[in-house]
Write a protein of this length. Structure first.
Length: 81
């Protein structure tokens, strides 16, 4: 949870920075990864809100492991977190 908050804070600061200066390719990659994580969170939340979603979401995570944002996965390299 703290990692996700830290990533969100970093992404927001990079987005603010992009309004004044040009971002490096590494910074652009960090923003892209974070926006993809946000896009992955929305369907997981929708499934969780469905009746029986608390049982369905763990099954979906086993079937589709990429549904989890990178901050909640253990197999993501440290440099991408």
């Amino acid at each position: 949870m703290l990692l996700e908050l830290r990533q969100s804070k970093e992404a927001m600061s990079l987005i603010k920075k992009s309004t004044h200066t040009k971002l490096t390719s590494e910074e652009k990659t960090k923003i892209k990864i974070h926006l993809l994580d946000i896009c992955k969170t929305i369907p997981a939340l929708a499934v969780f809100l469905l009746p029986g979603g608390t049982f369905l979401l763990p099954i979906l995570i086993k079937l589709i492991p990429d549904i989890l944002p990178s901050a909640f996965r253990d197999d993501v390299p440290v440099d991408k977190k």
